[in-house]
Design a protein around this ligand. Structure first.
Ligand code: DUC
Ligand code: ZN
Ligand code: ZN
Ligand code: ZN
Length: 485
């Protein structure tokens, strides 16, 4: 097998920075050290060699709000590679009463176009004996160890607290981890109806309908339910201090709770919704909505101090025409924004270049932490001998101005339009294959492979049955002497 050497660069990992060459064979890192040579050389002079980014939160070709998100696994993974991301994790989303395995098959079909590696989280969008049983197959045979729960989108994706509690307990015994979209869906539905009745039908009302308390309440509730189920918890798109505070407090109390701010929430604020141009504001409608500067500061502080662990995108891109489904009724604007191509350069520019994050913290929050959380470290998220050669040769001097006219994403705008970034990939490698050279994509549809993720050490001993879960049973009493027992 031909070998490649990345030469003359500085390796930056979550914990170390050192000068070394990196040698690759057969998609794997085989040697790291000085003065290496191989059949092919990639010049990394003046550059950092980082583990490829992992975006654990994307929605590619997702059926949602009467349409499909516009980026599929082709354009989505091209966007990822263009920005230095070498693995995406998407959400398989069963429709009501659909089998989890059938939904997984659908996502499996869509992902055959992927240019980089990928994995899936399974969403629990309804509850019943079939879901309970299929969860075991999903974990033990399909290699998926995370289950997403929507606490919002009432009447569509939302699950009730009792369903969440049951599913979390099932996760615990399977060695899987629940994830939550934490917003109180009942309150959102109520506020939305009131705003519409008052004649507030524009995109700014979307933000009014989802205040930070809605997120703080749901985050606290999910944390407590996870604690009662005895399972860790991953909170997606943490956007505000109320949610961050709940996560911080839980972690301080020894609970394994993780928080994931998005690059959009870190760098864009709620003034975007006040733009007089309807399209401008609607293009930025996502849930949770953008917040004010104080909340942004809280998220940056969380990343620096370790109370928040991951930066993702929730990449869920809709064209302007799709956004216009919500003209006259903000509740019908498809929720979602893009970010896959821009996450790493934006975080470097606004995090590392400003001194808010060290380079090692940058690697931790874009790659290594989530690889560990999802149990795929060190295959992914590492620059180590034996790890997949998912690597980025990062040029800290390279600049560009973000523009929809030059992006990989299929949509007609970019929420970061006009922002100048400094720090971009010179090369992106996916399992040793050079997929980006100086801004130019070398596409290889179908190169991407599904990455299996093994269960975490199970929290409880034996698997329960549906009958046991639903039968009347003795509830653990916390220290209160029970009379007559
Ligand atoms: N939020 C979005 O903005 N889009 C997709 C789903 C979600 O939770
Ligand atoms: Zn969400
Ligand atoms: Zn505009
Ligand atoms: Zn999402």
């Amino acid at each position: 097998m031909a070998t490649k050497v990345i030469k003359g660069g500085t390796v930056v990992t979550a914990d170390l920075t050192y000068a070394a060459d990196v040698k690759i064979e057969n998609g794997t890192i085989i040697e790291i050290g000085p003065n290496l040579s191989g059949d092919e050389t990639l010049d990394a002079t003046g550059c950092y060699i980082l583990p490829g980014g992992i975006d654990p939160h994307t929605h590619l070709e997702m059926p949602f709000m009467g349409t499909y998100s516009a980026d599929n696994f082709d354009s989505g993974t091209r966007a990822a590679l263009a920005g230095g991301t070498t693995m995406v994790v998407d959400f398989a989303l069963p429709s009501p009463n659909q089998s989890l395995l059938e939904a997984l098959q659908m996502w499996d079909n869509k992902s055959s176009m992927a240019h980089c590696d990928y994995s899936f989280h399974m969403a629990i969008t309804w509850w019943g004996e079939q879901v309970f049983n299929e969860m075991e197959t999903v974990v033990r045979e399909k290699g998926i160890n995370t289950f997403k729960h929507f606490m919002a989108y009432k009447g569509a994706l939302m699950v009730q607290d009792d369903e969440m509690f049951a599913s979390f307990q099932r996760c615990a015994e399977l060695g899987a981890m629940p994830m939550v979209h934490a917003e109180n869906g009942d309150v959102v539905a109520d506020l939305s109806a009131k705003l519409l009745a008052e004649g507030n039908n524009g995109p700014e009302a979307h933000a009014y309908s989802r205040p930070t308390q809605v997120e703080g309440e749901a985050t606290n509730r999910a944390i407590m339910i996870a604690d009662m189920a005895g399972v860790p918890l991953y909170v997606v798109h943490t956007s505000c201090e109320e949610a961050h505070e709940a996560i911080r407090r839980a972690r301080q109390a020894g609970k394994r709770v993780y928080g994931e701010p998005l690059i959009q929430h870190l760098t864009l604020d709620d003034s975007e919704y006040m733009n007089k141009d309807w399209d401008h504001a609607a293009r930025r409608v996502m849930s949770p909505p953008f917040r004010n500067k104080q909340h942004q500061d809280s998220l940056w502080a969380g990343l620096a101090s370790g109370s928040l662990q991951v930066v993702a995108t929730d990449h869920c891109a809709f064209t302007t025409d799709q956004k216009r489904y919500g003209a006259g009724d903000f509740t019908k604007i498809p929720n979602g924004t893009g970010g896959l191509e821009d996450r790493m350069p934006m975080l470097w520019t606004y995090g590392v270049n400003t001194g808010r994050l060290t380079m090692n913290e940058f690697v931790a929050v874009t790659s290594t932490n989530i690889a560990k959380i999802m149990n795929v470290y060190p295959k992914k998220g590492a620059v180590l001998v034996g790890a997949d050669a998912d690597l980025v040769v990062w040029d800290p001097e390279k600049t560009k101005t973000i523009s929809a006219s030059s992006q990989q994403s299929a949509i007609d705008y970019n929420v970061f339009e006009g922002k100048t970034v400094k720090g971009l990939p010179r090369f992106t490698l996916t399992r040793g294959r050079v997929a980006l050279v100086d801004g130019e994509i070398k596409p290889a549809q179908g190169h991407g492979k599904f990455v299996k993720r093994e269960p975490y050490p199970a929290v409880s001993k034996a698997l329960s049955t549906w009958k046991e879960l639903t039968a009347p049973r003795k509830v653990e009493r916390s220290g209160i002497p029970a009379s007559g027992v």
